[in-house]
Structure formats: C-alpha cells, structure tokens
Design a protein. Structure first.
Length: 330
C-alpha cells in the first residue's frame, strides 16, 4: 500500500482526478490517497490558496499527484504552482513529449523530453516599479541551480537511454545570465562523455521544432524558455489534453499535467483525463510500480487506438465514457 498526496485542484481538476483515481483503483493497485484541497476554493476559510497542511502532506508522503489549481488573478496571491515548487525545492520540471496512438499530428515520431529549471530565472518574482512608465523584472540565474538542472538532465539521459542533451539559451544576448547557464552545462557535460552535447539558441530551437521535432532528444532550459517551449512541444503531440509533467526535487516529487484548470469546460464532463493519467503513470514508475504503470498505459493506448477519444483531440466521448473505456481495457 502506498501513501500518496492527491491535490484534486479546481476547474476540471476534480473531474479528471476522479477519472484517474478510478482507473488506478480498477487496475488493482492499492493507494491510500491523502486528499488535500488547494486553490481559490479554500482561500475564504484558510486565507491562502496553498495551506501549510498541503505541503506537510507532500513532505510526509514524498509523492503527490496534482490536478490543476487556479491562482486568483490580481488578488495579491503568488501562483500556487510556483509557491509549491519553491517551498519543496522541486527544481526539475520534466515534460516528456511523445506521440500517442491514433492522435493525428503533423509529425508521427516525436519523442523528446523537456527538462526545465523550476526555481529561478524570471520566475524568481523580483520585480520593481521604477517610475510610472518603467517596470523591471530581474532574471536570476545561479551557477548552483544551473549545474543542478544540467546534472539532472544528463542523469535522466543516461537512465533512459537517451543519446543527446541539448542546452537551450539566448547567451548571445544575455551574455552574463544565459552565459552562466551555458558555462554550467559545459562543465557538467564533461562528466558524461557517452551523451552527445549540443547547444542551440531558443529562437532557432523554436523554428527547428516546428520544422522537424525528430532532430531533438533531451532539451535542458532555464525556467522561462522551458515554460514556452514545453507548450510548443505539447502542441506537437496533440495539445494540452495529452501533455504530462512532473516536478522533481531531492526529497519529493509532484506529478501534474502541463495544462491549467480549463475553467471554460469546468463541470461539463468534457475534460480529457489523459494528461493527468500519463502523469500518474510516470508517478507509478517513480514509485517502482512498473507493472501497474505498464498495465494502465496499455489500456490507455488500446482505448485510443480503438478510436475512443474526448472532444479536444477529435473524439466524441465524455470524460466518464472515456474513463470507462480505459477501465474495460485494463
Ligand atoms: P493556466 O494559465 O492555468 O495554464 P490557461 O488558461 O492558460 O491556464 P488551460 O486552463 O490549460 O490554459 O486551458 C487552455 C485551453 O485548453 C482551454 O480552452 C481549455 O479548455 C483547453 N484544455 C486544457 N486542458 C484540457 C483538458 N484536459 N481537456 C480538454 N481541454 C483542455
């Protein structure tokens, strides 16, 4: 029996969480879910969208599955996602991006991994209003965080039989900050002679990704470029409904889809649970439940191959109908 924190989120969060919890339960794997609410729904009672109890639960269980949580705009709250990543030092954001069966996209053999630094860069939240007409946001890049994320990317490449780790920057313009990121990459790369090295400017990367994404393997990027590029790569495999992610630190890991809470389709039984389900499958591998991970992945792929899909990827099924099809294929 595993103890895992479940943040069921808001917007479409509860619908896709219900789907994924049900699929895992029907697979036969026993998980004791420690359900923790967060986001706009808890602010009134608890005064914050991210109460300490949520962090305590993840620290205790070490692993969490997280559905999207909305941060209210303009009410003075910092993003729940950014806060969570900082508080637990979840420094690596891992976004594998691979074609799924029967989801037609422009390219058929996309198989790349985005490794995004998760703790600094323009997300450090250091902003200053200089005068009425000028505002500054400070981009913070440190050697420690850059070396740590590059090491993570190379270790991931070794462990997952990847051939190349490509560093992405704009070091020709931001010579000091992105220059430091690149310098850190080069230093770490020396310890991995078996993995191919490559460097690319982020603008060139974007052009090449939409021309031919098969040119890339593992990408390692500072926070902001990672955010933008991983939405681009999500688009390459069928969009946000199928894009999985994980935030990994030294002590804990939080698995979550790339997409947000999709308030436009909330409560309509339309949401695609695939991105959260793929994130959960990665989570099962992380806790060494590889057989269950494989069993659930097979059921999902079989369901998609049979042509059963939700509307966002060209199908007609509701969230619950799609869930039931996956369960019948377990
Ligand atoms: P955030 O800023 O929190 O990332 P956002 O508004 O940029 O949120 P999403 O909430 O991810 O973006 O939604 C973007 C679009 O994608 C919306 O039209 C939404 O309905 C759609 N979408 C996102 N996730 C899903 C899903 N799981 N199933 C179906 N459609 C989805």
């Amino acid at each position: 029996m595993h103890n895992i924190t479940l943040i069921n989120g808001d917007g479409i969060g509860p619908e896709i969480s219900d789907s994924v919890v049900k699929i895992i339960e029907k697979s036969g794997l026993e998980i004791d879910w420690d359900v923790q609410t967060a986001g706009s729904d808890v602010i009134e009672q608890e005064g914050t969208p991210l109460p300490q109890r949520v962090l305590d639960s993840i620290i205790k269980n070490k692993v969490a599955l997280k559905a999207p949580v909305t941060t209210p705009i303009g009410k003075g709250f910092r993003s729940v996602n950014v806060q969570l990543r900082k508080a637990l030092d979840l420094y690596a954001n891992l976004r594998p991006c691979k074609n799924l069966p029967a989801i037609e996209t422009r390219f058929n053999n996309v198989d790349l991994v985005v490794v995004r630094e998760n703790t600094e860069d323009l997300y450090a939240g250091v902003e200053e209003q200089i005068d009425e007409n000028t505002a500054h946001s400070i981009k913070i890049i440190t050697r420690q965080a850059s070396e740590r994320i590059c090491k993570f990317a190379f270790d991931y490449a070794v462990k997952n039989n990847r051939k190349e780790v490509c560093a992405v920057s704009k070091a020709n313009i931001m010579k000091l900050s992105d220059g430091l990121f690149l310098e850190s990459y080069r230093k770490i790369a020396q310890n991995y002679p078996q993995i191919k090295q490559r460097e690319i400017l982020v603008d060139n990367l974007c052009m090449q990704l939409v021309q031919d994404p098969t040119r890339f393997d593992v990408l390692v990027l500072p926070n902001l470029y990672g955010d933008i590029v991983s939405d681009l790569t999500a688009g390459l495999i069928g969009g946000l409904g199928v894009a999985q992610g994980a935030n990994i630190g030294k002590d804990c890991a939080v698995f979550e889809p790339v997409h947000g809470s999709a308030p436009d389709i909330k409560g309509q039984n339309k949401a695609n649970p695939t991105a959260l389900l793929l994130s959960a499958i990665e989570m099962l591998k992380y806790i060494n439940e590889n057989n269950y991970a494989q069993k659930i992945e097979n059921a999902l792929f079989k369901t998609l191959s049979e042509g059963y899909k939700t509307a966002d990827i060209g199908g007609t099924l509701s969230t619950t109908e799609f869930t039931d099809k996956i369960i019948s294929n377990l």
